[in-house]
Design a protein around this ligand. Structure first.
Ligand SMILES: *Cc1c(COP(=O)(O)O)cnc(C)c1O
Length: 644
């Protein structure tokens, strides 16, 4: 314990792997955020959370770092520009941000602002997202890529936006959209800018592998693309066809898959050109992955390439294909969502309690205690590295025997309790030895999880990490303080919903996945703050209101460069989480009607003298206060802000 250092914590939680260049651990043993990466400035995350709580905001809390968003956009553009310069590519890169990844107004507005210098545009995948894009994007020359299923209202709106000076590109995702586009263009007399989404044979792997291939939901097959070209020709609209789009799924962990897709798409591109379409844009979609576990491998929670390599590959593939056919190279577009939005958000939550196996420090049983206790104790004393498996089998068998003896009335409750503690004592000792083994026998693999404590956490997996629940996605999770202290406990996390799926028992690990996380034992009267990182993409909007836990509080933090000697950051926006009233309204309960009903019941109870006047006052006051309050735990001793 004495010689545990922050370096040990760095290594344990892999923060260098997934956190670089934004997250580290400082000498105080707190997680520190460097929102501008290597450009200076650091915020102590623990102090920031304490500060925000002093201002009266409760946990769970979503922190969004605007500077990280700015850095992500700058970085992506830098990588593409570097590739363009190195390969002497005769075109430019103009990325777009797919709104679906995080539609929060503040996020989209910031993205547009930080992207202005790079003519960064927006991608819409639906009508409401198109509305956001049209009203938000004010950058001359930036693109609006219109994806998703479209009706004529969508298409006409996109076309009319040209009159406002926007550059909307309508990507045909289904063959049926062709006739809608031709009709709208005629009706409005506006020349559309069109793209086609190709269904590639190159397949993603893992979770989103089905986004491409013959059975993919979106995209046109080769023969459909031929028909589109013919149809456009007949309508005199072939000059409109300028873009080729593909998207092979999200979180593509293997660069080989990306390379294969690029080669195939590049051929589609040059072929379309040779058929007379004035091709100007290649849109490589999303898929640029995040290294959630820091392992730099093609594991699903990682990626075996970096953004610079990705940019090199995009530039190289299309340049080679164009050169071979002697056609001009296109403007490059990518639709990276996850890679832009993930790092900016951190979910902070507190632990409200723990429970775990009741492990006794076994004392030898006296002579007249039950034989089973003698046996178990003997097993305990004889555990060695060589016989862990055997010892575990014995201990388990004695525990089962004890349960039978108890059921038959031969063992007292007190003895059974002793057996349990002794059993857990054996398991703990066995686990200590198993952890040092290179190879863990199958039977003992579950021991880690069995022995782990449950840390009860004040957040909802369904609201804040839906992808963990739905598709087993891994996010880096760790305490944000006490990191100069050895985390002697192991735990899994349970959320505050009453759903048994509301838990986290899969954690990042350099080798595969681990089933329990190293944590610190709680201290009385001291909060224990934990954070889930890299969850700025998809989680907020996919989150649901299971058990009526609503949106969390969210705070936008901006590094204060004007006065670095002062408090190092500005709190730019505070977006209050849902109140109980808001969440209830969503399921059609009216605040007033609820109160009225309780008031009537209380009056009745008063009349019948079932409740006293002061009790009724207290009940109504509670009811009313809860209605206007936060949906999460707020007045638990461990969660109450110190000054409020
Ligand atoms: C979801 C989606 C994206 C974003 O993908 P990421 O992997 O998050 O970058 C881009 N383009 C299309 C068409 C999408 O459906």
């Amino acid at each position: 314990m004495q010689d545990w250092t922050v370096e040990d914590s760095c290594e344990l939680y892999q923060i260098q792997g997934w956190g670089k260049p934004y997250f580290t651990i400082n000498s105080a043993g707190h997680v520190a955020v460097a929102p501008r990466a290597d450009k200076g400035g650091q915020i102590d995350l623990f102090e920031l959370v304490e500060d925000i709580r002093q201002r009266g905001l409760s946990l769970p809390l979503l922190l969004r770092f605007s500077d990280i968003l700015a850095d992500r956009i700058a970085r992506l553009n830098r990588c593409f520009n570097q590739a363009i310069v190195e390969y002497e590519y005769a075109g430019v890169y103009k990325g777009v941000y797919p709104i679906k990844v995080n539609q929060q107004r503040h996020v989209v507005e910031e993205l547009v602002e930080y992207g202005r210098a790079y003519q960064f545009g927006l991608e819409a995948g639906s009508k409401p997202e198109l509305l956001i894009a049209l009203a938000t994007l004010k950058t001359p020359g930036a693109l609006i890529v219109c994806n998703g299923y479209k009706d004529s209202e969508y298409i006409e709106t996109a076309l009319l936006a040209q009159r406002l000076g926007q550059t909307p590109i309508i990507v045909l995702e289904r063959f049926q959209e062709l006739s809608l586009v031709i009709e709208a263009a005629r009706k409005l007399n506006i020349q559309p800018i069109l793209g086609v989404r190709a269904k590639l044979t190159a397949r993603g792997i893992g979770r989103w592998g089905d986004s491409t291939g013959d059975r993919a939901k979106f995209g046109l097959s080769a023969s459909e693309i031929m028909e589109v070209v013919e149809g456009l020709k007949r309508a005199d609209l072939l000059p409109s066809l300028q873009l080729l789009h593909f998207h092979i799924g999200s979180q593509i962990s293997a660069i080989s898959v990306i390379k294969a897709a690029l080669r195939e798409a590049a051929q589609f591109f040059v072929e379309l050109g040779s058929m007379g379409a004035p091709m100007q844009y290649l849109d490589v979609g999303g898929g640029l992955a995040i290294d959630y576990d820091g392992s730099k491998t093609n594991f699903r929670a990682s990626k075996n390439y970096n953004t610079q390599e990705y940019a090199y590959d995009v530039v190289n593939a299309i340049q080679a294909a164009c050169k071979a056919k002697g056609v001009p190279v296109p403007t490059l577009i990518s639709e990276s969502g996850r890679a832009i939005a993930s790092h900016q958000s951190i979910l902070i939550f507190d632990v409200v309690g723990t429970s775990g196996p009741n492990i006794a420090i076994p004392s030898p049983p006296t002579k007249n205690e039950h034989q089973i206790l003698q046996n178990l104790y003997e097993t305990y004393t004889q555990i060695t590295r060589e016989n862990v498996q055997e010892a575990y089998n014995d201990a388990s068998q004695f525990k089962e025997e004890a349960a039978s003896l108890f059921a038959l009335g031969y063992l007292s409750l007190e003895d059974r309790a002793r057996v349990e503690s002794l059993y857990w004592g054996c398991c703990e000792r066995i686990l200590g030895l198993v952890r040092e083994l290179d190879y863990i026998p199958d039977d003992l693999a579950d021991l880690e999880q069995m022995m782990a404590s449950v840390y009860y956490c004040n957040f909802s997996v369904f609201q804040s990490a839906p992808d963990h629940w739905a598709i087993d996605q891994l996010f880096p999770i760790m305490p944000i303080h006490r990191l100069d202290e050895e985390p002697t406990a192991r735990g899994t996390l349970a959320d505050v919903t009453c759903d048994s799926d509301g838990k986290i028992d899969q954690f990042i690990d350099l080798r595969d996945v681990k089933s329990a996380l190293e944590l610190h034992p709680l201290k009385p009267d001291e909060p224990y703050y934990m954070a889930m990182f890299l969850n700025g993409a998809y989680q907020e909007i996919l989150g649901d209101m299971h058990n009526l836990f609503g949106d969390t509080n969210a705070v936008h933090i901006h590094l204060n460069s004007q006065q670095p000697e002062e408090q190092g950051y500005l709190i730019e926006h505070v977006v209050k989480g849902d109140s109980m009233t808001e969440v209830l309204k969503y399921v059609q309960y009216d605040h007033e009607a609820l109160l009225e009903s309780i008031r009537r019941e209380t009056e009745q109870a008063l009349r019948e003298k079932r409740i006293t006047l002061s009790e009724s006052r207290l009940l109504l006051r509670h009811y009313e206060r809860i209605l206007s309050g936060y949906t999460y735990l707020t007045n638990h001793p461990k969660t109450e802000p110190a000054l409020l």
